[in-house]
Design a binder for this molecule. Sequence first.
Ligand code: ADP
Length: 268
Amino acid sequence: MGAATIRARGVRKVYPGERALTALDGISLDVRPGEFISILGPSGCGKSTFLRCVAGLEDITGGELQVDGRPVAGPPDHVGMVFQRDALLEWRNIERNILLPVEFARKPAQAYRARMAQLLRLTGLSEFGDRYPRELSGGMRQRAAICRALIDQPSLLLMDEPFGALDALTRDQMNVELQRIWLETRNTVMFVTHGIAEAVFLADRVVVLSPRPGRIADIIEVDLPRPRRLAVRETAAFGAYTGHIRQLFHEMGLINEEPDAAQQEVAA
Ligand code: ADP
């Protein structure tokens, strides 16, 4: 196995200001080439911050952070990103949206024709290359955003709650499709989510972050065979993983199933 794609050692991130905020502290993690990692934690625990640090969009305050053996310094050219909002340009058709990173890199679009066709096929969008974003459903738009992130063969795919804005059924469908795409491309993926089941379903390992400052609370190896079907979520093995994580959240005070004082008043 090669060197780690992502190597983090004691990564710390402080947002300066009058009330300086420590978003991340002591994050140490090796992500292996071709591995699918979920970063899971409650809102505000620093998941996006860590992803943006790995992407070179934020400077780290302390520690060491390397991608492909080199310290992260500024936005890299070997990373594909997908966000919650697909950020497709409405005035460009799907193919021309997907080619954006190629244009930014001043590479000849012609050389990417075959790759484009392959990605459109892989995501079921072959018929939609000449359509405009407004003509596509939310799930299809997000698939186009995934194509765009993959067009220039990134060594690393960073996904920040990419399915967070989709309805539950579409989100399930996208989980299955992302797994299929990943099984074909075998990119290294770092997938940020606050969904416990989504994190476990997709990942080789789930990195659980604690609330502010974000620290690694646990790293869970998910030993379920692939391809995983949605029904795996109803199995005891799957429930053992999600149950363990729910227990961690409970211990961190993030889940409180006791009726609170206000509710007790109403009930009385
Ligand atoms: P998550 O992705 O887990 O929801 P974020 O990484 O977005 O969490 O945020 C972690 C913490 O850092 C939050 O308290 C957030 O308010 C703060 N934060 C995020 N970005 C900035 C910024 N640019 N300036 C100051 N504080 C920020």
